[in-house]
Ligand binder design. Structure first.
Ligand code: UDX
Length: 443
């Protein structure tokens, strides 16, 4: 199939590259000339494991190319994927300006009838509007078919997820168009689920809202575990063994961030409100998530007393491991709160430092190694569970820090391991280990 993908961001680029990998001829369109030039040379503008190699392979095979020109991309196109951003407006609703711009341009540039597939996360009812807008702008009065095909990719494993997803949702009012989409996706060998347009749009929001709910739920349980002396990791594991509950997304920590959960939960609350439904449960999920991030500040305060003048090492800045994405990362409110309280901040992340500089407050010292960040620190805060942090020899905390106080927002270490060292260790929903007062460590 000849496919055009509009928007070469996380979703569009991964979708385009993976569609090329399974044999389609794909042209990715983006407005950013510099980005297009970079991608044409085989460099990915985002960090995503496996993406760049796959991009290069398909560029070489002539199945993938990049352009800024809709006209060029639409020459022989059969299917157009819409993968532009739907960021959040101040009131929480999804901003559809990029979708509308793209739809108008599809209308004015389309040279033949085709299928338009929406990958972007859009409020229920938007696909019908997109179709109407394209047809209204079409100079040659072209008819199109519209299909909603939401993505469920996690950043950091987006390529893997494309080939190993649990389901592909195809929402359409037209069976022929749905069958074309089914054929396009067949080589992925992932179960396909057909629905109408509105249900497909809703599946995306409901799935993200449910996963966010699991996270806030376990974070609430973690607070109770702290009070009653239970271990939330064991509780989550025990709960997850029940297949009706499932083990995934029950990891307590400093809450969810990223480009999807915060935005999509807010958008769903708004969507419900606009349809005279007060989505109380999801509002609480969002509230719990905000307070969860600030819990780390309270824990730091408790452990060090006055934060003013303390040298604080922030370990991990990205919203989760294996990505350089800083959108809605917990490190942002945490760094601001520490700055306001007069901390001297040193920060480390294996790959997100460049992006972090644009999001974190000024006056932070960035270090290129974990050990350099720890050297002389009064307290270390773990914000992202990078493998490098999880695998760190724990003696480094004792050896390099001015005082080995570790506040772990991601429960990176087993408590039994920590107990072997002279570390004051505070985590989420687990008993605090206070061994820094011991003059001789046990190891
Ligand atoms: C999410 C969805 O998983 C994906 O299906 C959707 O298409 C886009 O949004 P992503 O944002 O890339 O993907 O990351 P994900 O792995 O889902 O994690 C989101 C956030 O939740 C991260 O900040 C992560 O640290 C946090 N999280 C996740 C937890 O705090 N606990 C968990 O158990 C799981």
């Amino acid at each position: 199939m000849r496919i055009a993908v509009i928007g070469a961001g996380y979703v569009g680029l991964v979708t385009g590259v993976c569609l090329a990998e399974i044999g389609h001829r794909v042209t990715c369109i983006d407005v950013d000339r510099e980005k297009v030039a970079m991608m044409t040379k085989g460099y990915s503008p985002i960090y995503e494991p496996g993406l760049e190699e796959m991009m290069r392979r398909n560029l070489q095979k002539g199945r993938l190319n990049f352009t800024t020109s809709y006209h060029e991309a639409f020459k022989e196109v059969e299917v157009i994927y819409l993968a532009v951003g739907t960021p959040q407006l101040p009131d929480g609703t999804a901003d559809l300006q990029y979708i509308e711009q793209a739809a108008s341009t599809i209308g004015t540039s389309l040279q033949k009838e085709c299928i338009v597939v929406t990958k972007s996360t859009v409020p229920v009812g938007t696909n019908v509007r997109i179709k109407a807008l394209i047809e209204e702008k079409s100079m040659h009065k072209m008819k199109i078919d519209i299909v909603s095909n939401p993505e469920f990719l996690r950043e950091g494993s987006a390529v893997y997820d494309t080939f190993h997803g649990d389901r592909i949702v195809i929402g359409s009012e037209n069976q022929e168009a749905a069958e074309v989409l089914e054929r396009i996706n067949q080589p992925f060998h992932i179960p396909i689920y057909h629905t109408d347009l509105n249900s497909a749009e809703m599946i995306k929001y409901a799935s993200n809202a449910f996963l966010a709910t699991k996270i806030s739920f376990i974070n609430e349980i973690s607070a109770i575990c702290e009070k009653v002396g239970a271990n939330v990791d064991d509780v989550a594991c025990g709960m997850g063994k029940d297949r009706r509950i499932g083990e995934q997304f029950l990891k307590a920590g400093i809450g969810y961030g990223g480009s999807c959960f915060p935005k999509d939960t807010n958008a769903l609350v708004q969507l419900a409100g606009n349809n005279q439904h007060n989505f109380k449960l999801l509002q609480s999920v969002i509230e719990v998530n905000h307070s969860q991030q600030m819990k780390l500040i309270e824990k730091t305060q408790e452990a060090v007393g006055e934060i003013q003048g303390k040298k604080v090492a922030l370990l991990g800045l990205a919203f989760k491991p294996n990505t350089d994405d800083m959108r809605e990362a917990a490190s942002i409110p945490i760094a601001h709160a520490l700055k306001e309280r007069g901390a001297e901040i040193v920060a480390y992340d294996p790959i997100a430092i460049q992006n972090a500089k644009q999001h974190l407050p000024p006056g932070i010292r960035y270090e290129e190694s974990l050990i350099n960040a720890l050297a002389g620190a009064d307290v270390a805060l773990i914000l992202t569970e990078w493998n490098e942090i999880k695998k760190l020899d724990l003696s480094h905390y004792v050896k390099w820090m001015a005082s080995p106080i570790v506040i772990d927002g991601r429960n990176c270490y087993p408590l039994d391991e920590i107990k072997k060292y002279s570390i004051h260790y505070v985590s989420i929903g687990r008993p605090t280990i206070n061994r820094k007062c011991l003059s001789v460590s046990v190891h």
